[in-house]
Every structure is written in C-alpha cells, then in structure tokens.
Write a protein that binds this ligand. Structure first.
Ligand code: SAH
Ligand code: SF4
Length: 383
C-alpha cells in the first residue's frame, strides 16, 4: 500500500478522473462509472460501488478517497432555507445555503475562504482573504447538500436544480479551481445541470469574464452596485482596476457565448448611498450607452443585509420600489430580490464563516440540536 496521501476524487472533473484511472491502468469507462457513483449516487465508500471490478476497488482503497468537508453547523430558517457551515481547516470555514422554492432548489456556494475584493457592504469582504478553495472543496458543498437533501426528503430525484456561485469569495479570482467544478456540475455523468441554471456571480474581473466565455460559458451575474466610477471605486474597490466601461464591454462580449441572452446586474440598495433617483437615471444612461441589442441585461435589486461594522443602512421599501419603477419605465427588466434566510444570517452578504469565534459556533451547534431538520416532505413547506 502507498504511503502517499490518498487523492481526493472530488478534486477531478471527468477528464481528470479518467487520467487518474489511466495511471492505475484502467479504461475511461471505469472512470465514468466511478464518477457516476460519486456524484450521482453520493457514494464515498468504494466497497458500495458494486459494479466496479473488485480489483479496481482494491486499487482505489490504496490510493484514493472521496473526502467531503466536515459540517460544523447546520441551521434551518423559518422559510425552509438551510445553511451549512463547513470546516476547511486552519480556523477557516465556508458556508453554503439551500433555498427551496416551488419550482426549483437553489444552492448558493462559496469559492474562497474570505475575499480579497473588500466591498464596503459585504461581511465576507470585511473579513479579508484567507485562501482559495480547491475544486474538491467547491464541489464538496454541492455533493454534501444534494445527497443530504435526497436522504432527508427520501427521494432518489435531484433536489438541487440551480447553483449560484454567490456565497463567500470572488469566483473569478479562483478561476483554476472554479472551471473544473463547473464542468462537474454540467456533466451529464455528474450533476447534469443546465448551463442556464449555473450562475457565476462576479464583482467584475474583466479578463476572467472573457476566459469564462471561452472555457465554460454559464449564466453570468455582475455585481454592479453603482452607476458611475466615482461611487463604484468606493463600494467595489476592484473597479479601480476594471472601470465600468471596460466591465460593460466585457459583458457585451460575454453575451455572444452565454447560455442566456442577458446579463443579470446585481445592485445592493444602500440607504442614501446609491438609491436616489439620480442614480437610477445614471444607470439607465449606462445601460443605453452599451446597448447593442434590445434587452441585454436585467437588474436584481438586493435589499442590503446589514451586519455589525458596515456603518451602512438598508434602503427603505418605498425607495427600492421607486428605484425599480424608474428602471422598469425605461424598459429595463427589474426584480427586487426576496430576502431569504435572514433569521439564520444566511442572506446575501451575511456569510462570514466565523469558525474562529468558538462561542458563536457552539451556540450554532446548540441551536441546531434544538431545531432538528423536519421529517421527509416538510422541507418546501418551511420550518
Ligand atoms: N464575489 C461575488 C459573489 C459573491 S457575493 C460577487 O461579488 O458577485 C454575492 C452577492 O451578494 C453579490 O451581488 C454581492 O454584491 C451581494 N452582497 C454582498 N454583501 C451584501 C449585503 N450585505 N447585502 C446584500 N447583498 C450583498
Ligand atoms: Fe468579495 Fe463579492 Fe463580498 Fe465583494 S461582494 S467582498 S467580491 S464576496
């Protein structure tokens, strides 16, 4: 038996797994079988994989593993949203959030422990950057959630229908790990998700938007938050490197490859900062200036989720409605995001993965014991 650390098979897309199996002297179809066991059936024990030759199972036991992330805490919101906190070692933790709706199940996952972009209004940004997640750590969130939920609901059917890279971190600053993870999500032998139902959200890493268009085009959401460079420089510091006109041009280029014919712009509504009628008018002018086709973008207005130390306030509902109306009257499709899971700090921008604060983790674990998950079938109805 080898003394080297066993390879974690969650790290591989199908080509990577085929190359790994080839090194063991196995054919590609064996890799496909193994891949399906792992991702479609949630198996982590080679002994379970009954249609794999005994000799292969024996080889795998010596040099490979399917290693998920330890779950530090699990919370369920009144509205059915579930948040998991995963330990990624060295005091870091990341969060994933499952949001059940009538017609879909969306999983929001993290790409980094912390984030280096440092947006003013984001709790992850305030925490600073710790490290990139590996492909296996990104996928472990989906692997765990999908198979946990299937067991919990007593179903063999797929539960997660949509994935959004909107948890902690800037996915396009962890590009090398992101792309193989996306490929596994899309692979028919993996999770088989449609490109339209996998969304990468970015604060605007322009060169990587172009690369994603070539390597793995999926739905794109861009976190805009300001209609002009002066304000965006302050709210999203990455804007100093990639200003709005460059970002808009990259969005236009992306559209030629995207699975959807529009880009979603996210806009976090901050009281008195970016929510005034003049901001809406400037935004409309920005969209017009870059228009090359009829409808090319949609706006998603996000009510700001406050956290201690942000020093910012959520815009009032009338302010949000007035802003949405101005955009809509100019022919821009605009929605206001419903806040989900805010009673368990699972709403956008509240994900801080604060595993270093042991007291808080202990409280969370205690809470989890008091609020066990509902029996099968109770999920969509909410807690
Ligand atoms: N780094 C990527 C993806 C993660 S953030 C990005 O910035 O797009 C996911 C979304 O949550 C982004 O649109 C982000 O702007 C938004 N967000 C961050 N902090 C927030 C907060 N406190 N309230 C509401 N939305 C927030
Ligand atoms: Fe990073 Fe996105 Fe938060 Fe900005 S909003 S700090 S890019 S996670």
């Amino acid at each position: 038996m080898s003394t080297a650390t066993p390879a974690n098979l969650l790290e591989f897309d199908l080509d990577g797994l085929a190359a790994f199996c080839e090194r063991l002297g196995e054919k590609r179809f064996r890799a496909t079988q193994l891949f399906r066991w792992i991702h479609q059936r949630g198996a982590d024990d080679f002994g379970q994989m009954s249609d794999l030759a005994k000799s292969l199972r024996g080889k795998l036991e010596g040099c490979a593993t399917v290693r998920a992330l330890p779950v530090v805490a699990q919370h369920m919101s009144q509205d059915g949203t579930i948040k998991w906190l995963f330990d990624v070692g060295a005091g870091d933790a990341v969060e994933a959030v499952f949001i059940p709706e009538d017609d879909r199940g969306t999983l929001c996952i993290s790409s980094q422990a912390g984030c280096a972009v440092g947006c003013r209004f984001c709790s992850t940004g305030h925490q600073g950057f710790s490290r990139n997640l590996t492909t296996g750590e990104i996928l472990a969130q989906l692997w765990f959630a999908e198979h946990f939920l299937r067991r919990h609901l007593g179903t063999a059917e797929r539960v997660v229908s949509n994935v959004v890279m909107m948890g902690m971190g800037e996915p396009l600053q962890n590009y090398a790990a992101l792309v193989p993870a996306l490929r596994v999500m899309l692979d028919d032998h993996g999770y088989g998700l449609s490109r339209r139902r996998v969304t990468v959200s970015t604060s605007g890493v322009v060169p990587m938007i172009d690369r994603l268009a070539q390597d793995c085009p999926v739905a794109l959401a861009v976190s805009l938050h300001a209609p002009g460079d002066a304000l965006r420089d302050k709210l999203v510091p990455l804007n100093r490197k990639y200003p709005l006109d460059e970002l808009m041009a990259a969005c236009q280029r992306y559209l030629a490859h995207a699975p959807r014919d529009f880009i979603t712009f996210e806009y976090c509504m901050l009281d008195g900062v970016n929510d005034q009628p003049e901001h809406a008018r400037e935004l409309i002018a920005l969209v017009e200036r870059h228009r090359t086709q009829g409808v090319w973008c949609k706006f998603n207005l996000i009510p700001f989720n406050p956290f201690p130390a942000s020093g910012l306030k959520r815009s009032g509902a009338p302010q949000v409605a007035a802003f949405a109306r101005l955009l809509a009257d100019a022919g821009i499709v605009t929605t206001v995001r419903k806040t989900r899971g805010d009673d368990i700090d699972a709403a956008c921008g509240q994900l801080a993965g604060d595993v270093k604060d042991r007291t808080r983790v202990a409280q969370r674990i205690a809470l989890q014991r008091q609020v066990p998950l509902q029996p099968a079938g109770g999920l969509a109805a909410g807690g």
